[in-house]
Write a new protein. Structure first.
Length: 281
């Protein structure tokens, strides 16, 4: 091989090595760059050991191979689940739960270190089941419905305390529904029907009482009216009788007031014969 050919091969080899190194360098550089999106926090692991400082949103650099990044959601998440529990009167109750929560951003590395990324299945879901069982055992099935706000408050308070140990914050908690057994639902329906019938009968009795009281009041009013009218007539007669006794001319005056102006055809006394006053006509 000629010397010139040897030089060309060497240059080609060197050029190839440079290209390969540049390519590898670019891969290394790009593999060391990462981003944390909005609503996320990162946990930087160096040979598997997490850093206790959460990585904020934005562009960051890590050492390839030696360091990796775990991204965790810190925005509000919603979990809907069903909890099975027994009430104080031993009724089986299925409770539909809706929980809004988020991870405390600054505590993401601790949550990752202590629980991992599957914290919903490992921490939140079991906590809901245990808390609901503990609270509902203090209420009867009927009280779960009639005292629903109190049941919700107690579950939320206990759940907040329990999950705060795992750096999880509750934003909102709701009991969406209680589902009871078929036999209990039938008993509740029968009770409601009985209460409605009792209320209807009570209202009917009240109506009858009111009508009876009205009739009594009316009868008493009629009686009082008749008494007053009779007393008025009696008083009127008494006054007239007294007046006649005091002045006998009043009787003659009353006779004159009632006289039509026509003379009688016959008049007479004990010893006087009857005379026809109209015979001279």
């Amino acid at each position: 091989m000629r010397k010139e050919e040897t030089v060309d091969v060497s240059k080609f080899f060197i050029l190839a090595v440079v290209v390969v190194l540049l390519f590898v360098g670019m891969i290394v550089v790009f593999s060391g760059v990462y981003t944390i999106s909005a609503g996320e926090r990162g946990v930087l692991l160096t040979w598997g050991k997490p850093s206790m400082e959460a990585i904020d949103e934005g562009l960051h650099f890590k050492f390839p191979v030696a360091q990796t990044v775990k991204k965790m959601e810190v925005r509000t998440q919603k979990l809907q689940t069903t909890a099975s529990a027994a009430s104080r009167d031993l009724q089986d109750v299925q409770t539909a739960i809706a929980l809004n929560f988020h991870v405390n951003p600054s505590d993401v590395p601790r949550l990752y270190q202590e629980v991992g990324t599957h914290y919903i299945d490992r921490v939140i879901a079991p906590s809901i089941q245990e808390t609901v069982k503990a609270v509902q055992a203090d209420f009867t099935a009927e009280e779960l419905v009639t005292k629903r706000p109190e049941v919700k408050r107690q579950i939320q308070e206990r759940l907040t305390e329990r999950l705060s140990k795992y750096y999880i914050v509750i934003d909102d908690f709701n009991i969406e529904n209680f589902q009871f057994s078929a036999s209990f639902n039938a008993a509740i329906e029968a009770k409601q029907v009985a209460e409605q019938e009792a209320l209807k009968a009570e209202r009917e009795l009240d109506r009858i009482k009111v009508e009876a009281e009205q009739e009594v009041t009316k009868a008493q009013a009629d009686k009082q009216s008749k008494i007053l009218r009779a007393e008025g007539e009696a008083e009127s007669i008494r006054i007239q009788s007294s007046a006649l006794q005091q002045n006998k001319d009043i009787l003659q005056l009353r006779w004159i007031e009632k006289w039509s102006g026509t003379l009688p055809q016959y008049m007479g006394g004990d010893a006087t014969p009857l005379l026809n006053l109209n015979s001279g006509q």
